[in-house]
Write a protein that binds this ligand. Sequence first.
Ligand code: PRP
Length: 215
Amino acid sequence: MKPIRIALTKGRLEKDTTWLFEQMGLDCTELLQKGRKLILSIPNAGLEVVLAKAADVITYIENGVCDLGVVGKDTIMEYGGSFFEVMDLGFGRCRFALAGKKGVDFYAGYGEKTIATKYPNVSRVFFKGKGMDIRVVRIEGSVELAPLLGLADGIVDIVETGTTLRENGLEVIEDVAPISARVIVNTVSMKLRKAEIESLLHRMEQALDLENKGE
Ligand code: PRP
């Protein structure tokens, strides 16, 4: 039988999901000692793990080369795509927020506002909801620099502890959306391997429940 292939977002979500798999009693030796390997097997469970960048997790799921993916809601909101979003894993919690220079009234004046971000779609949808057109400047690195340098009126970015904003004289103007890790499933896999996938999701849910109850 072909293993169920799961794409994990490299980094923190990968670590949190590995922890979850351990709670489920799965053998995570390969995952924990992966070195530079990108496809890892979980023996005796019929599972194979692929490590990928967040946006690529969506690409692999959409194209059906992976069955399940673990990816942040931030990536889902920005890239969208056709897949089933089936579970909120509750970890990787942070939020999207609009932020700007401390003490500056972002909404003052009538001119079009410029937003620096790595998330142009999330930004446009947020401001569209307010009936505001914005100019988006895409920044690849620390977007916090843009308002400080006078390139943007504000940023739409991920805020976790708020330290980055605080240490750079910026503050949250408004929350945009909460973020956490989600499980997504390829639409064809969901039909063809329904029983296996549902059983796996059920075991993931049980392990999360046990943790939440502090057992
Ligand atoms: C994110 C985000 C902020 C920072 C917020 O960047 O872009 O810069 O974390 O976290 P805080 O509220 O706890 O300070 P990340 O560290 O993920 O790196 P990135 O710039 O590569 O996205």
